[in-house]
Design a protein around this ligand. Structure first.
Ligand code: SF4
Length: 476
């Protein structure tokens, strides 16, 4: 599937990557601490609002309205941006979007760009594409900067360095920042100050900034970025040229629709009543802010996702990351195991859909990276029924499989055994032998093909006595 970003090619399938992550106690401790804290804070922030449920339903309805008429809203947005001096570009896939940004950067005569934290640019691998074209991208969000300096991969939508603790971050800064004080401690204030000093020069000299967008208002052509640190605002105001890469599903019809999401997003993501910085810009304004504004509208598999009636709800996502923080699977494996810029429950449904039918093995394994406990749906501010989509994608995966796959053969054998009372009774007697393999009432290792199951979960040991035998003994 040339041209589509999203996954890190060559990463192992989820079960393999998860096993590696589970063997890392430091990673698990870092994740447990971080997700437990944010989970509790989010629950408190949400409980403050008596109308949280109606707000969620309003968010869901607005997003569904947009997705049902996406072309109309996008054309309206394009017209409004153009009327206010911006230039709109359409990109079918990652390659097209990267080419556009690289060309615009070169035209602006820049060898370095400052970046506002953005999932869309991570999705298309923009930093790597710019580097290949001789342009250095500097992340200005603190957590993104930690990931970039540590030559690491992001593991969370909102806090990409969630898998790192403070001591690890201090070591990265001491190693990679030439101007950092030798005696810097791991106090968050000192680390943030070091990053601020490191970035100041970049803000003042950069000619080009690249951002994503949380929302775009179709009626006015306004682009919205919300953030906590204020570094994004520096990028959005100081450089001469601003290039925004935005997924086509981010458009909302009007300013009053925006109001709903500006309430839903901060409480769900950082457990704040209001995010500290909300930057909104509309085209260009002479004498104020960037002189050139380019908006790159990115498809990259979204139109195909839209065509799936069950799966399209994933496009409602506002990237708050609440579903990651409550997911028992994510909490134990971390984000890297998902092999995608979109980890956790939303990644498990979005990544395979964005990649389409010819998805790689790693992306195909993602719909199985869930216990289907439903916690993700409970917290999702736009009511995406993630478990429903997971089951839907699993069904598609089974349908697409060869009829001679081990799973299909096992199901046919089971159907044959269960199709006749005597055959089923005989099967139960044979299965009883499995008790010999059990320890403490569970079987954790079966020979092939049973190993396909026990490689990632235990099997309850067969009971001493089957229901039929018990019935005969007690009633017959
Ligand atoms: S799926 Fe819902 S909870 Fe998860 S990141 Fe998206 S909006 Fe947030």
């Amino acid at each position: 599937m040339a041209g589509r970003g999203v996954t890190w090619l060559g990463t192992p399938t989820f079960p393999k990557a998860a096993r590696t992550a589970l063997a890392d106690p430091q990673l698990r401790a870092n994740l447990r601490n971080a997700t437990t804290t944010i989970r509790g804070k989010r629950a408190d922030a949400v409980a403050e609002l008596p109308d949280w449920e109606p707000l969620r339903r309003a968010g869901e309805a607005i997003k569904d309205q947009v997705l049902g008429d996406l072309d109309t809203y996008l054309e309206r947005l394009e017209a409004a941006v153009t009327a206010r001096g911006g230039i709109v570009h359409w990109a079918r896939d990652a390659d097209e979007a990267n080419e556009i940004v690289l060309r615009l950067t070169r035209e602006a005569g820049a060898e370095e760009v400052v970046k506002v934290k953005s999932m869309a640019t991570a999705e298309i691998g923009l930093n790597e594409a710019l580097a290949e074209g001789g342009v250095r991208a500097v992340e200005t969000d603190l957590a993104e900067l930690i990931v970039q300096l540590g030559e690491d991969r992001p593991s969370h939508i909102l806090v990409p360095a969630i898998h790192r603790n403070r001591a690890e971050i201090r070591e990265i800064f001491r190693r990679e920042m030439p101007d950092v004080p030798e005696d810097i401690t791991d106090e968050p204030k000192e680390l943030a100050e070091a990053a601020r000093r490191h970035l100041r020069q970049k803000f003042l000299t950069a000619k080009v900034a690249v951002s994503g967008a949380n929302f775009a208002v179709a009626d006015s052509g306004s682009i919205v970025v919300v953030e906590s640190e204020g570094n994004g605002r520096m990028c959005l105001t100081l450089p001469e040229t601003l290039i925004t890469v935005m997924g086509i599903e981010k458009v909302v019809p009007t300013w009053s629709d925006l109001e709903v999401f500006l309430q839903l997003l901060p409480r769900s993501s950082t457990a704040e009543r209001m995010n500290p910085y909300t930057s909104i810009w509309t085209g260009v304004t002479p004498g104020d802010g960037p002189k050139n504004f380019h908006l790159v509208l990115l498809d990259n598999g979204r139109t195909d996702t839209l065509a799936d009636e069950v799966g399209r709800q994933a496009l409602r996502c506002i990237r708050c990351s609440a579903c990651l923080n409550v997911c028992p699977v994510y909490e134990r494996t971390g984000g890297a195991a998902y092999g995608s810029v979109y980890p956790g429950p939303i990644g498990a449904i979005l990544t395979p859909q964005l990649l389409g039918e010819d998805v790689d093995k790693q992306a195909r394994s993602l719909p199985y990276a869930s216990s289907l406990c439903g916690a993700c749906f409970e917290v999702c501010p736009v009511r995406i029924d993630i478990p429903e989509v997971l089951v839907h994608l699993r069904a598609q995966a089974v349908e697409a499989k060869n009829k001679t796959s081990p799973e299909a053969v096992a199901m046919s054998a089971l159907a044959w055994a269960m199709g006749d009372a005597r055959r089923w009774a005989a099967t139960q007697r044979i299965a009883g032998i499995g008790r010999l393999l059990s320890r403490g009432g569970r079987i954790s290792s079966l020979p092939w093909p049973g190993s396909k199951w026990t490689s990632s979960r235990d099997l309850p040991a067969p009971p001493k006595e089957t229901f039929r035998a018990w019935w005969r003994r007690t009633r017959g």
